[in-house]
Unconditional design. Sequence first.
Length: 108
Amino acid sequence: MPELSFGEEVAEAQEEQRPAAETVAVTVSADEFAALEERVLRAINLVKRERLARAAAEERAAQAASQLAEKADAAASLSREIELLRAEREAVRQRVEKLLTQLDALEA
């Protein structure tokens, strides 16, 4: 092996140290990558859950809108029925008053 100058020895020593430093950097990078991968997976799961929750909420909203339309129709029908019953009650009341008037006329 040829003799190395002091500068060459330093350079060679630095090259020998680089792989160790790069190994640490790769290990840290692998750990960082694993942490990033974990965060991405959590984000994906969160997005999936939120999409499912959104779909469920939209379905509930559609059902509520449908029920509201049914209730509005029922309320309108009941309102018409109330008006008819009030009109019928008024007609019966007028007939009863007419009969009472006729009875009063017979007694007099």
